[in-house]
Design a protein around this ligand. Structure first.
Ligand code: NAP
Ligand code: GCO
Length: 265
């Protein structure tokens, strides 16, 4: 049974994985036997990431690449295939959010979020699929969101992108399933990373941020998730254990989507 969860001999590219959710997923993949490749937009972050992986005993391969730049992504994939090996697992993790009321958001700001959170997963998936087809299969995991299902104030671009990412996941699964490529999503709930740090900042009087309290009330687990909570689900979707799972978004949210929320006292 253990072997179906093994990633031994596999090369995994996790985008934007110097820290945060991508880093936690990469650590889990390494523990399952995979060779880790990651990119980030700045050399200093790649270096920081390499040092962090080294601290975990992981000899990762790090590259500078902006995932929104198709030429750069194609060059990255070619470089990885020459220097490390063919990519068996792609995790489209790199992402940004801009929390701005929609009527105050510029079209350029909206497009920037769509570019990173939706166009880039298309670009990266398109770059690895031909080689996966040639080699008889592969795994693509798109990091979706609660906002693939729900809206809220100030995150219109992000929700549009993550909703689109859910459907891109289903379409890649539909178009490439016959080549033994499984494309699935992970929908994290509210996870304690730099991306959500502003939502957890203590108030001047030392009390919890209102949104922090709100999420605790909306989560049956009554806590924020940690990046490590995503490790097992990610290994499952990257391994042979999920070879007949395709086009699925696995929500790792502590039960948020199932729960109306705790009645205020
Ligand atoms: P994070 O802490 O903000 O990390 C995002 C990573 O993506 C950073 O390393 C960032 O690098 C990189 N990145 C951003 N734009 C990039 C680009 N154009 N090219 C290459 N790398 C780029 O975010 P996170 O919380 O770990 O989230 C990771 C993924 O999970 C995102 O897709 C996010 O939408 C999703 N997610 C997060 C949560 C949550 O609660 N945290 C929940 C659901 C889904 P820089 O530092 O250089 O910008
Ligand atoms: C927000 C948060 C969320 C999380 C995540 C939830 O402002 O609502 O950033 O969007 O990042 O996507 O699944």
């Amino acid at each position: 049974m253990e072997s179906i969860f093994s990633l031994k001999g596999k090369v995994a590219l996790i985008t934007g994985a110097s820290y945060g959710i991508g880093f936690a997923i990469a650590k889990a993949f390494a523990k399952a036997g995979a060779t880790i490749v990651f990119n980030d937009i700045k050399q200093e972050l790649v270096d920081k990431g390499l040092a962090s992986y080294k601290e975990e005993g992981i000899k990762a391969h790090g590259y500078v690449c902006d995932v929104t730049d198709e030429n750069a992504v194609n060059a990255l994939v070619e470089k990885i295939e020459n220097e490390v090996g063919k990519i068996d697992i792609l995790v489209n993790n790199a992402g940004i959010i801009k929390r701005i009321p929609m009527h105050e958001m510029s079209a350029a700001e909206f497009r920037q979020v769509i570019d990173v959170d939706l166009n880039a997963p298309f670009i990266c998936s398109k770059a690895v699929i031909p080689s996966m087809i040639k080699r008889g299969g592969g795994k693509i995991i798109n990091i979706c969101s609660m906002m693939s299902e729900l809206g809220r104030e100030t995150v219109s671009a992000y929700a549009a992108a993550k909703g689109g990412l859910k459907m891109l996941t289903r379409n890649i699964a539909s178009e490439y399933g016959e080549y033994n490529i499984q494309c699935n999503g992970i929908g994290p709930g509210y996870i304690a990373t730099p991306q959500t740090a502003p939502l957890r900042e203590l108030q001047p009087d030392g009390s919890r941020h209102p949104f922090d309290s709100f999420i605790i009330a909306k989560t049956p687990a009554a806590r924020w998730g940690t990046p490590e909570d995503l490790a097992g689900p990610a290994v499952f979707l990257a391994s042979d254990a999920s070879n007949f799972v395709n086009g699925h978004v696995l929500y790792v949210d502590g039960g948020i989507l199932a729960y109306i929320g705790k009645q205020p006292k």
